[in-house]
Design a protein around this ligand. Sequence first.
Ligand code: NAP
Length: 679
Amino acid sequence: MSVQNVNSFVAGQWVASDDNARAIYSAVTGEVIARAGNSALDVDAMLEYGRTVGGPALRAMTFHDRAKMLKALATHLNQHKQALYDISFATGATQKDHLIDIDGGVGTLFVFASKGRREMPDSHVYLDGEIEQLSRNGTFQGQHICTPLQGVAVHINAFNFPVWGMLEKLAPTLLAGVPAIVKPATATCYVTERCVQLLIDSGVLPDGALQLISGGVGNLLGRLTSQDVVSFTGSAHTAVSLRSNAHILENSIRFIAEQDSLNASMLGPDATVDSPEFDLFVKEITQEMTTKAGQKCTAIRRIFAPESQVDALIDALKARLASTVVGDPQAQSTTMGALVSNDQKRDVLEKATMLAVDAERVHGDPDNFSVAGADSDKGAFLPPMLFYCASPDTAKNVHDVEAFGPVSTVMPYRDVGHAIELLNRGQGSLVASVITHDADVAREVALGSGAFHGRLYFNNRDSMKESTGHGAPLPHMVHGGPGRAGGGEEMGGVRGAMHYMQRTAIQGSPEILSKISQRWVPGATEIEYKDHPFTRTFHQLELGETLKTDLRKISIDEIEQFAHFTGDTFYAHMDDAAAKRNPFFPGRVAHGYLLLSFAAGMFVQPDEGPVLANTGLDNLRFMKPVEPGDCIRVRLTVKQKTPRNEDYGEVRWDVRLTNQDDDVVAEYELLTMNAYEKS
Ligand code: NAP
């Protein structure tokens, strides 16, 4: 069998490994299948290329351009994923595991692409929060903005998800506008290399946006600056040694760490053997123990059950785990493949011995189990191993030792308070799950345990059909955790891109803030054209373009008519004495919705034209009551424009209703979809 030379991608060129390359073994046969590493890799050239070629090209694109790029990358990978499936079996993963790694990675790109288009502007500056009023007359205001860092993101990844592990970091990095240097774990880097080849071959990425180091990183970390970011995933031990690098500390280089985690799952006190929750709990645990042979950062390591349910739970878990078919990952009948390497297998066995100090093994004998279709002496196979610890309060290792394989420990708890105490003994974890149908239990755990976990996953009979699984980090939700989980946070939608951007507080006049943010700020220049803005296309409209209407008087007859027509005969509109008793009203007043309806009638241009639809209102506030006899005037200003597809874009209008004394009576943002071309 030929041994693959795993390349790096350096400054636009593929570079082969050299004589010092490390051997990589098949998880299934134990044979050397590849070599990776080049001790002469020019890390300075990589950094320079990323900073001077990749970074400027990405920063020239808008958030929407970059989101479209992510979508194109995802589509390309989707078309070529069979190539990734084919080589991933050698990592010990089954086809079901590939769906998490490969399809999950592609799905993550798609989600970031869509969030980038929907939640970020089609410009170069991301706005964080609303305008801060810093002066009495509004001539000096504040706004937080985020712009991409001008360095590179160094991604150091763990072995267990060679595709997803890269893509879940790459998506927010590229969306932010920052080039990446990816360093996958050597054990599975041949899969990442293939994925990088596909990404490069797609022709979608600008030069310098993505580089790859297969093997060691040399002095890369020592060459970083404060404009660079390190995003690390791996063991706590490696994380500590890298993040305490003097150069990283001295230069305040951002360091995000996702490290090992003693994740827990708790069966609620309400769940008894015959409840749907009990069954669900057993399913979730066996799934977490066997998927990827338990080599998942989020896998359940600690299982907490009410004392009265422990025996039944262990029996149910044993019965279910007994049907696990360990063996050749390519065989369809296999339900659990191999660990990534014999080194990893040895490590898990060592950790299992440490767990045995506190706990007894109740299922899975590593010296006596069957392996289907593969040689158990050569491949890195293990059975799922379940432990039981009767005294979780005094035990130490069960809360401290991560056996990164198909290993988990059942422990009893007395009451919810005790369960919370035990959940929190993981010293900070990525995820804890609670299987309960009792919302009060869920609330108690959320309050008592939230601070110790990056994610809390509640599941029960109501949500189980659509739930995504304890162990699945989702691109929409943050992934990370406090304490021993690394103190980091990844993904979480747009939040994930923030790790690669600088938040800057901008202070200045409305004019300055409008120009920088590409979002009109009240007080900045208003432009008035003869043409009604509703007759102008999306591209013709300019920020600050304003329509001011004449005054319109509101009569008592109109208020009554509106009340009877809509059925809204609330006393403040109908009964003068009752309205006067209310601290908000001087007497009968116009309905807020009447004002909105009149406003539409005052600013609308009725003919068929570029405005296609009114899609909503944001931030509606009624500020001052309007009494019969008062007048209103509307001012409509183009606040922001966001392309939505090939034909039309969203216009956000600042709408202000004032009365005859120029007091603001209502304000809101109106959203319309406007065509690019005149029909
Ligand atoms: P690891 O041994 O700590 O390695 C992690 C990464 O660090 C690998 O890419 C490794 O490269 C690299 N590395 C090691 N020493 C380095 C150095 N001096 N300079 C630069 N890079 C260096 O962890 P692993 O065995 O791959 O992964 C297993 C662990 O990761 C488990 O503990 C698991 O809990 C954790 N994990 C956490 C998450 C999470 O999201 N929190 C996800 C997955 C895994 P080489 O392979 O070339 O040594």
